[in-house]
Each structure stands twice: as C-alpha cells, then as structure tokens.
Design a protein around this ligand. Sequence first.
Ligand SMILES: Nc1ncnc2c1ncn2[C@@H]1O[C@H](COP(=O)(O)OP(=O)(O)OP(=O)(O)O)[C@@H](O)[C@H]1O
Ligand SMILES: [Mg+2]
Length: 480
Amino acid sequence: MASDGKPQTQSKFRRLWKRLSESLRVQLLLWIVLPLIGVICVNLVISFQSAEATADLVSDQLLLASARVIAEAVTVDTNGTVAVDIPPAALEMFDIGHGDRVFYRVLTAWGTLVSGFDNLPEPKKEQVGEDAVFRDSPVRVLTLNHPVIGLARDAEVSVSVAVTLNGERAMRQRLWLSDFTKQVLLVLVAGFVAIVGLQRGLTPVLRLRDAVREQGRERLDPFSPETVQTELRPLVHALNDYMERVQSQMAAQRRFVSNAAHQLRTPLTLVATQASFAAREQDNDRRNEALQALRSSTKQLARLASQLLTLSRAEPGSRRPRRDRVDMTAATRQVLDTYAETALRRQIDLGFEASEPAFVEGDGPMLSEMIVNLIDNALRYTPVGGTVTVSVSKGDEWVQLRVEDNGPGIPDDERAKVFERFYRIMDVQPEGSGLGLAIVKEVVDGADGTVSLGTSPSGGLTVDIKLPTIKQDRSEPVLS
Ligand SMILES: Nc1ncnc2c1ncn2[C@@H]1O[C@H](COP(=O)(O)OP(=O)(O)OP(=O)(O)O)[C@@H](O)[C@H]1O
Ligand SMILES: [Mg+2]
C-alpha cells in the first residue's frame, strides 16, 4: 500500500548519482562544463540586454528620421495656416516586412493638431524614444520639435511618430539568437576538448591498469614509475610497496605450509609404523604397549593439528577482526578451572591472584587460546610438585597477565627464538608442536599488546602480557 514509486525513484536517482560521482571523467567534465554554463548564462542575460538596447537605438534612429522628414514637409501659407503633406517615404521606411503599423501626429507650438492622431502618447523627453501603448498595442514613440519657415521665430511644430514593435522584436531576437548560438557552440567545443584532454590524460592510468592485469598469477614484478606522469608516481610506488608486502607474506605462507607438512609427516610415519607393529604383535602385553604408544602419537598429532588451526585463525586477515570487551580476570579464571585437574595430577600448586575485573578490547576466543597456551606451558614444563602462579592486575594504561612458575625457565639466548613457529627447546620435553608461544605472539600483536619473558624469583619462567586497558563502560554493570 505504502509502496508509492517516489522512494524507489529517489534511491534509483541516488544510485545513479553515486555511480556518476565515482567517475573521474564525469567529475572533471562537470567541473569544467558547469562553471562554463554558469558564465554563459550570465553572458546571455547581458547579451539579451545589449540586443534590446541596440534594437531600441536602431528604432529610435528610424523614428527620428521619419519625424524629421515629416517636419520638413510642414508648410505655412500666407494666411499663417499650418499644413502638412506627409511624404510616403516617412512611413515606408518602417516597412521592412514585419507588418508594423505607424502612427504620427503634427502639433503646432500652441497645441493645434495639424495632422495625425491627437491622442498619441507623449514621450517625456524630446528626441528620445520611449515604450508606450497605443490602441492596445505596444509601440515605440518619439517626438521631434522642429522650426518651420514662415512661423514666428520661436514657434516650432512638434512631430511625434510611433511604430508597433514587431520589427524591433524581430531584430532583438535575431541579435540575441546569433549570440546564443555562438555561446552554445563554445560550450560544446569546451566539453569536447575536455573529453579529449581527459582521455589523453587518463591514458597512462589505463596503461598501468593493463600492465597490472597482464602480470601472471605468479608474477608480482614492480612497475617502473618513469612510465607514468609525476602525479601518478606516488601511486606506482605505493603499488610496488604493496606487492613487496604481498610477496613476503606469500613466501612466509609457503614456508609455513612446508614446515607444517614436514612436522606432520614425522608423527604420521611413526603412527603407521606403530600400527603395523601392533598388528603384527602376537604377545598381548607387547601389543597393548604398542597400542598405547600409538594412542599417544595420535594424541600428539591431534594437538599439532589443533595448534595449527588456532595459529591460522590468530593470523591477521584470516578472519574478520573482533572487538569484544573481554574481562581478563574472568577469562583467566575460566581457563584455570579447566586445568585444575591437570594441576592436581601433577601435584602442582596452581594459584590465581586477581582482585577486580580488568577489561581489554580484542578477540575473545583468541585471548582465551593465548591464556590456555601460557598455562599449558607452565604446567607442562614445571616438574611434579612445582608451583605456578597466575595473576591479573589492572593499571591506568595496561592490563597485565603474569604467569610465573618454578620450572627450568628459558635461557636468555633462547627467549627470542621460542616465539618462532615450530621452535622447541628439545632437551626440556619431547612432546609439543612448538606453536604455543607463536600463537601467543600473534594474539598479543592483534590486540596491540606486548609479551615479554623473564626469570621468576624461584628461577623459573615469568611471562608478562600487557594489553591496553579500556575504561569501564557506563552501561556495563560494575563487577566487584
Ligand atoms: N613455562 C616454560 N618453562 C620452560 N620452558 C618453556 C616454558 N614455556 C615454553 N617453554 C619452551 O619454549 C618452547 C616453545 O614453547 P611453545 O609453547 O611455543 O611450544 P610447545 O609447548 O613445545 O608446543 P605446543 O605448541 O604444543 O604448545 C617449548 O618447547 C619449551 O621448551
Ligand atoms: Mg606450549
């Protein structure tokens, strides 16, 4: 019912306008042609006025000439009677093919009508034409006072001539039309020149586009900035920088895939060997032993696969960035709950220190994965009976998560390397994929935070994570 065509037309118009305004050609054309049209409109008004003035001037000259011819035909006889015999030329000079009617009046200085129409309008000034209305038609009228031989010295006759405006209008139109045609031609020529200029100006951009298209799927060669105009060179430099970044990312991706394949191949070969060994084994105990080993290898493989998946999710650009409000205290407590059993089994004293909610902004699930990996490491590398303390504290700028243990720690010269993918310190523990700290680093980078490794007071490892804090939202209930 409410679907009248108006909003649809409006949105169509808006879409069309958006498309047009996105075109460089249309924009430049508008910037050139619109001001030109504006100037020409003003010009046309001026030229209309000047055509009118010219036509008036020509009319007035004709009227004056006609009045003069009539005045010169005025005679005075010996009785002092004033008479006039209107020469046909005085009226025929208006006969220029527009069917104009001419009216005249000859008056003596004392106001006696000699000839013509007594009620012809009287212009305010002598010898200056004026627009008036006579017999319901617009006319141009002019009066000339002219001395007559035979009359007293200061006596003159007053000759008024009026003509309808057909001829004047036609002249005015002709003058204006010729101006108008010239100006429209000017706009068309300017528009054409602008289009040709634009086409020429855009050629290097189009050539650059073709060059980008022509590069094969594998090639990302830089373009030479010299082939384009100086204004476009920054674009080419930016394009080259971008391609360099893409190339280095592609190389890193290739390295990662081949590393991952390599890491998967060794345990898979082991699994296959263990499986065929168990299948061949007749002795029950030894078969069980082989099956146990097989189970632990598959568990390791599953762990490696899940770590690979987490790492790929933590990488920038792999999924839409999330901006969750995450309370690090609650998130850490949740992870610690799931590790309580592991700690108990390994008789590790797992402590937690936090007093208040500490909000940060970031990807909630990924931040949890980060905490999981830190606690997993601390519990795994701390010997049985050890101590692991996790704390969350909140400052003005940062929320700090600290995981401290009394295990073997990480030597100084290894601290940078352990964040690399698949890097492990082999003599510490045989299990593990070497991806945990790489995941931690990716998550921390994604949340604009920092991670640092240190030595705990008991000689073990301290991992400090700092993430930018966000203030408590007014709409959020304040947790105590
Ligand atoms: N708390 C810790 N104490 C001592 N060494 C540690 C600790 N955390 C990590 N490491 C060392 O750093 C190395 C890299 O750790 P990372 O978590 O990246 O991999 P991982 O634990 O071997 O494998 P996973 O991907 O299964 O976590 C480990 O091999 C270990 O030697
Ligand atoms: Mg680990």
